[in-house]
Design a protein around this ligand. Structure first.
Ligand code: ADP
Ligand code: TRP
Length: 321
């Protein structure tokens, strides 16, 4: 069972990204043969700043490795290091109708928001199809917004298989985790970079403390009995505490004498404790970029080998000899 997923390099990572996506992807290494890449070509549709793209690509690699991506067990690479994907993208383009791309929600949503339309943005689903089909992927874990792209990949693959009268491509299935709990931000709304309500995973101790101390609560005083049920501090604590620890915390809410500041400090300790092992690995990788580049080159070599073999078969099937 081959599982494939791409992640756009977005740099800073918050605990919503971690519990919603990154942790699951890392755990999927136990479910099958994981192929994971940093979607640098896709990022070009929105990022036009050289230094920003370079830095974010590097940091995405460091973060995934620090959090447990195992480059031996899985295949982990940067998209543009395996250029066969662009050749396949062209072949697929010639078998993709304009109508199919015109129906893409993500393109329509982005242009409706005023993002100027260019050809890269329009043909983005074809590149995503190339990512998926090049590696004979069976399962593609995605968020809800990406389901249609996997459907389009199936349409394109079906059409080519039909045209060339052979099972050239494996039809992939999307896997959507319906019960992805939305991690609340410091103001109780969905945690998101764009809402400025995040608690970052990797930032200075001072900054993370400031974010945690800024969690919005009601205004009950030290001597009041407090409700843990709807409290943002409690909801975030649930991500980091076991049942026994949560029972203790509930008691503290119900016993006058302590305030929200105390509960926040307890949460802060748990967050620091949870991410400390990754911090060390991350700091090591940040200080040793050569090591990171070697790991990525190793991943690219593994992915290239498969991509080259597949492209030979595809070229032969379409008449590019
Ligand atoms: P942001 O909203 O901060 O810009 P992205 O849209 O870049 O985050 O999300 C990257 C990944 O992290 C997606 O797979 C998304 O589902 C997941 N994710 C982001 N925020 C949350 C959250 N608050 N709770 C759960 N998952 C989240
Ligand atoms: N389009 C995906 C996103 O924005 C990233 C991506 C690119 C991807 N290629 C992929 C995801 C192939 C899964 C499979 O999140």
């Amino acid at each position: 069972m081959r599982i494939l997923s791409g992640i756009q390099p977005s740099g800073t990572i918050h605990i919503g990204n971690y519990f919603g996506m990154v942790k699951k992807m890392i755990e999927s290494q136990n479910d099958g043969d994981l192929f994971a890449f940093i979607a640098s070509y896709h990022a070009l549709t929105s990022v036009k700043d050289k230094a920003f793209l370079e830095q974010n690509t590097f940091e995405a690699a460091v973060n995934f490795l620090a959090l447990g991506m195992d480059p031996e067990k899985s295949t982990f690479w940067v998209q543009h290091h395996v250029k066969e994907v662009l050749e396949l993208y062209w072949i697929l383009s010639n078998n993709t109708s304009m109508g199919l791309l015109e129906r893409a929600h993500s393109y329509k949503d982005k242009t409706a928001k005023g993002i100027s339309a260019n050809h890269g943005l329009f043909s983005y689903p074809v590149l995503m199809a190339a990512d998926i089909l090049l590696f004979d992927s069976n399962i593609v874990p995605v968020g809800k917004d990406q389901i249609q792209h996997v459907e389009m990949t199936r349409d394109i693959a079906t059409s080519i298989n039909h045209t060339y009268k052979q099972e050239l491509f494996v039809l992939p299935e999307s896997k959507v985790d319906e019960i992805v709990a939305t991690v609340p931000g410091t103001d109780g709304a969905k945690m998101s970079k764009s809402y400025g309500n995040t608690i970052d995973m990797f930032n200075t101790k001072k900054k993370i403390k400031k974010q945690v101390m800024g969690i919005v609560t009601d205004s009950k005083e030290l001597d009041d009995v407090k409700q843990w049920q709807d409290c943002n501090v409690y909801k975030l604590s649930e991500l980091f505490m076991n049942e026994g620890e949560l029972k203790d915390l509930q008691k503290r809410y119900e016993t006058p004498g302590e305030g929200y500041g105390h509960f926040k400090l307890t949460l802060l300790d748990k967050i620091n404790e949870h991410f400390a092992p990754y911090e060390e690995k991350r700091a090591h990788l940040l200080e040793n970029p050569k090591e990171v580049h070697e790991i990525l080159a190793f991943g690219a070599a593994k992915a290239s080998k498969i991509a080259q073999e597949k492209m030979r078969v595809i070229r032969d099937a379409v008449g590019l000899i």
